[in-house]
Design a protein around this ligand. Sequence first.
Ligand code: FEO
Ligand code: CA
Ligand code: CA
Ligand code: CA
Length: 640
Amino acid sequence: MSRFFEPHAGTPNPSDNVSLSELLANPGRRTLMTSGSLAALASVLSLEGCASPAASGPLVGFKGIAASSEDAVRVPEGYKADVVVAWGDPIGDARGMPAFQWNAGNSAEDQELQSGTHHDGMHFFPLPLGSNSSTHGLLVMNHEYPDNGALFPDGMANWSLAKVRKSQAALGCSVQEIRLVDGRWQLVKPSRYARRVHANTPMKIGGPAAGHPMMRTAASPSGREAFGTFNNCASGPTPWGTYLTCEENFSFHFKAASNPTAMEERYELSPKVRFSFRWGEADPRFDASRNRNEPNHFGWVVEFDPYDPTYVPVKRTALGRCSHEGATYAICKDGRVAFYTGDDRAFEYLYKFVTRKPWNPNERAANRDLLDEGTLYVARCNADGSGEWVELTHGKNGLTAANGFDSQAAVAMYARAAGDTVGATKMDRPEWVARHPRTGDMYVTLTNNASRGRQGSEGANPANPRAPNPYGHIMRWSEEGADHAATRFRWETFILAGDPNHANPAVRGNIKGDIFASPDGLFIDPRGVMWVQTDVSPNVLLKDDHTIYGNNQMLAVDPVTREAKRFLTGPRGCEITGGCMTPDGRTLFVNLQHPGERGALGTDPANPRSLSNWPDYRPDGRPRSGTVAIRRGDGGIVGT
Ligand code: FEO
Ligand code: CA
Ligand code: CA
Ligand code: CA
């Protein structure tokens, strides 16, 4: 067994999951499994870790780096960060591999065969299916939003349907086959797995909202088909080896109707929202005054199988509709599966979905529609450190027709309003959720909420203790009985981000070690290292009194001592996101999103004040979002 599986703390894994040692010691159980189930288990095991001898050294062993405002990716001494794929690179689809044009002159058709832009949530799926390979796999990632100014040689001038189509093709997801060759990760081109999913890809609708009149549109008369996914933010694998991509700020792609209902306004579908990605100007599907129900197809968690390029992605409406950040699974004691998901909006909620049936580790196909049935909950955090998962089920807890919910479809469609009805706790923008592989503790990044306590909005509450909260915090909780199906939990504030020496005690942080602000990306590796990625807005980074934070960064945090050590700093104007590792822990993939962004979405690349020219540094080029693979020069485990 590799050192990678040595635990840091002696706490046993409280779940009933099969451990790697158990699997190896019990070949009888192994023979029951299909290759597909082994793949799923491999994926679980790489995340869960297993029982093994005591730790032999500090959890975090690298030498932390200084804050930086350089236009570069910086990592600790002894490490290297190589670009694997950047926006516009052909992904290896056998139908065509058009090269990126440095002036961004590629067409929409080219873009459908190239890496999307604004790389975000990401996961490594080993190849072949059923293996635990750390040298060959599928790198699957989200492409969050378009910088329409950067996408075209002439920026946003001469706006047209052709420009909208390219903008739509730049979002969604990429499936890329990658292989480690002589210490460097390379795309396999062509690859039978290479696939782009984008804003016009045919999809199905599953769960309680499927077929509901609210889902019937001009493009989908049955309300059971949908077209596309976009604003895909964070993501998560399932135990059975599929990928969940999460639709976040979908409303900005729609031109709102002039007479929105209160429920539509609850989802920012309102003419009062002035920002738009301008799709509705040229594509009537995105003009809600002409296609009122089309926005109802977005704001969901979408599942697809990266190992099957023909898989039609499914919108899993049972998980509720909101600005989904990500979806993080945890296995319940009885084998059902819980998925935790944040709604990244100020004063929005934290959700949990628990499947009705247990997952089947022995037959991969049996899990195909597991996400269509189950129970949705929303979190309520009490002042004494206790908390409840309040059920969002039609007919319960006031979710009745009299209160505007005539069905479970309505509860799912308007999950935010359902959360209001049951008195959920208003959080400071819940972003990523992570599960500690040994303790089972859960963590959520609450990235910031400068509005809390301002202009008549809600002030501090126990779980969101600062008003305003410009720097964000991380909350930790544990489910009752260490069971992810529990409806009660205990919570605490894990870290208050921001400067511990800040002059204003109301916003002062309590970080030990290297400081950071606006935690967003979050995952805990199999050794128990918490990796925190920051997303301080570019306009905030540029303010003089915030320059001490430098560019956005990634830190390693010890969940026991709470000490933070800076591991990576990104290029100028970008956020750090999308962290994931190979099963052996020797490669860490990280996404660098929107280098050069100055705060206004839709920047014009011809703007000579562009902050960044990463990763190409070509005078005739433009900044590109991209993925880096980080490895130790000696091939050792990242973070040790
Ligand atoms: Fe897309 Fe909430 O970050
Ligand atoms: Ca995010
Ligand atoms: Ca963010
Ligand atoms: Ca982002």
